[in-house]
Design a protein around this ligand. Structure first.
Ligand SMILES: NC(=O)NC(NC(N)=O)C(=O)[O-]
Length: 320
């Protein structure tokens, strides 16, 4: 699997923040982790110059280089970094590198230490997407983008596997299907309009695009997705949220569970029902108490016949 299929651990909507930068005279650092591709309108000049949807520093007149620190919304193992210089044509940085560090607690940017290089100083082009594979098995909480010597970067994507802090999971009732707890969509019938991992994202979906939406289905079948949960656990409450799906909510949904420890991670899943086929309403947060005490490692959501979902929450507890 290409690393760009993994969640972007730095994404603003996953709780990421650009906490410091050496300079942001031309365009604000926050744009680096905005969802979606960068936009551009030529000949749009503000008080600071041409307006860019990205982070852009001033032309340096002294030695040194510019940098921006990003706190990952979802700490984890970084599998690859994307540096996108979209629309920066005469003002892109010719070189960049990326460092990462792991910090506990809630440090201020200046208190971070133990930086290690995860992308060596590499050449960049203007208005281009650059993908760098990362091969370091450690869990990181922050990254630092260095650009040499200055210029503009539209987006920084930090793809990887979420590794949650177990201290905030063990012995508690948590969302076993949350991206931030380490859950991940492992299979899906259709992602025509938007990614199925969206249903595991933190917070509420602000609009239809922040949920999962499938194409209209014409073959008599039904759409579905499969989630690897945060770990083996029992599910007490299922929340199926169709918020923002007003004319395209599924008519019905069913939920199943499976314990992959009995069949092996790649083996066939022995699904058993957690919630029978149940009628759904558009634009509604549905909550259901489940009463099956069997532990599960995976969940499968079937929607009938198509549509999508804003969020899927599976509240329960991990096995000790
Ligand atoms: N935001 C800018 O105006 N940047 C630059 N200039 C133009 N025209 O884009 C530059 O780097 O001097």
């Amino acid at each position: 699997m290409t690393f760009t299929r993994l969640p972007d651990l730095a994404l603003r909507t996953y709780g990421g923040s650009v906490t410091a930068a050496s300079d942001e005279s031309f365009a604000e650092r926050d744009a680096l982790i905005r969802p979606g591709p960068a936009t551009f309108q030529p000949h749009t000049f503000g008080a600071r110059g041409q307006v860019y949807d990205g982070w852009e520093t001033r032309r340096r007149r002294e030695p040194g280089h510019d940098w921006a620190v990003v706190r990952l919304g979802l700490p984890g193992v970084i599998r690859g970094v994307v540096i996108d210089t979209a629309w920066f044509k005469g003002n892109y940085p010719p070189y960049a590198s990326v460092e990462a560090c792991a910090a506990g607690g809630h440090p201020a940017p200046g208190e971070l230490d133990g930086w290690v290089e995860i992308v060596p100083r590499s050449g960049l082009g203007g208005d281009r997407v650059h993908e760098f594979r990362v091969d370091d098995p450690r869990r990181f909480t922050h990254v630092r983008l260095n650009i040499f010597p200055d210029g503009g970067v539209a987006r920084l994507r930090v793809h990887g596997e979420v590794v949650p802090d177990r201290a905030f999971l063990d012995g508690l009732t948590v969302d076993l299907a949350a991206l931030e707890n380490g859950a991940l969509v492992t299979g899906c019938s259709d992602e025509f309009y938007s990614s199925p991992n969206n249903v595991l994202a933190p917070g509420l979906a602000r609009d239809q695009s922040e949920g999962w939406e499938t194409a209209r289905r014409r073959d008599g079948g039904n759409d579905w997705l499969e989630v690897a949960l945060a770990g083996p656990g029992t599910v007490a409450v299922a929340e199926l949220d169709t918020t923002n799906l007003k004319f395209n909510a599924p008519g019905w949904a069913a939920l199943s569970g499976a314990d992959a420890r009995s069949s092996g991670p790649g083996g066939p899943r022995a699904w058993f029902p957690l919630l029978p086929r149940t009628r759904l309403q558009p634009d509604t947060r549905h909550r259901f108490r489940l009463d099956d005490p069997r532990p599960v490692t995976h969940a499968r959501l079937d929607i009938y016949p198509d549509g999508g979902l804003a969020r899927l929450r599976l509240l329960g507890s991990l096995l000790p």
